[in-house]
Design a protein around this ligand. Sequence first.
Ligand code: SF4
Length: 364
Amino acid sequence: MRGLYIHIPFCKSICTYCDFTKRVPKNKEMIKEYLIHLKEELLSYDKYFETVKTIYIGGGTPTLLDNDDLTYLFEMLKDFKKIEEFSIEINPETLTLDKVKILKKYGVNRCSIGVESFDPKILKILGRKHNNEDVYNAVKMLKDNGINNINIDLIFGVPGSDLSSIKNDLNEFYKLDINHLSYYSLILEENTILYHKYMHNEFNVIDNEIEAKMYEFIIDDLEKNGFKQYEISNFSKNNTESIHNKLYWNKKEYIGIGLGASGYLENMRYTNQTVLNEYYKSPIKTKEFLTKSDDFKEEMILNLRTLKGISIDYIKNKYDKDIINDFNDVKKYINDGFLKVDEGYLHLTKKGLLIANDIFLIFI
Ligand code: SF4
């Protein structure tokens, strides 16, 4: 089983925190030219098509494409016949009823909406252009057209936010009556507008302890409201865990196409060019064949992101390593209550989730 990730790098404007590969298109021709190259790249992977079970169209803003371009994009995916999950990312202000109908017609069965917050002040800090009405409309249009597997993305730890803004965001989320939430903490990435403002002392970052409290509150409140956490930032109910994203955390193979996309095939990780002209000449920028030791590190860190964790027997059989006894720090974190073993799986505890990045250092 493999996944297919497709990157659409175009956005209407640039959000202040964003370090994804994205461009504001100069004109419509720029998008059309991109799609032609994207199709060419897709076809170069045709030997894998049979095994692809999930498709994820991300960005950028895939729903910035107009009806014709969206149709062109979906037409190029018509040869994939055995898709279990077909997802697309949506920016609420770009969704129209016609676009929802196109998604439905071509078999999209999961939508992920970039909401980030329901607080207008926070949306402004993040440089988001939608309002709450756009979100309500997008969810309603999707549900009215039979697309009920819906996620929204939220962000916590934004300067100026506090516990009450998080409570408000969660309450607004519950009102939408959807099954999935990805709740990320804000990361100040270099080369973003927000980072630049921070360097010019335009705001203070949220204190680590307060941010940890916010995260704990989020986990508890979602649990009380029937949502099961299945990954550091992901919560779901009614069996709607993302099949495509689980494939990344379980270190399965996926094809990645488009500007700046990355993929993992036959033990090789590759990353695409991030400059359009370079991408048009030759999409792949770097290739790296994983050694057994890279493989082990990745497998540990990716699987530990999930609440299920990693099978101790599986690691023993595959790498001949005893993860409990070969790593003193693992024992220490177990004794201190940050890691736990349940039914043969090593996993983070709630306390461990708060310092996950420190725990991952054991394997780096
Ligand atoms: S956060 Fe999303 S919508 Fe905003 S600039 Fe980045 S890719 Fe575009």
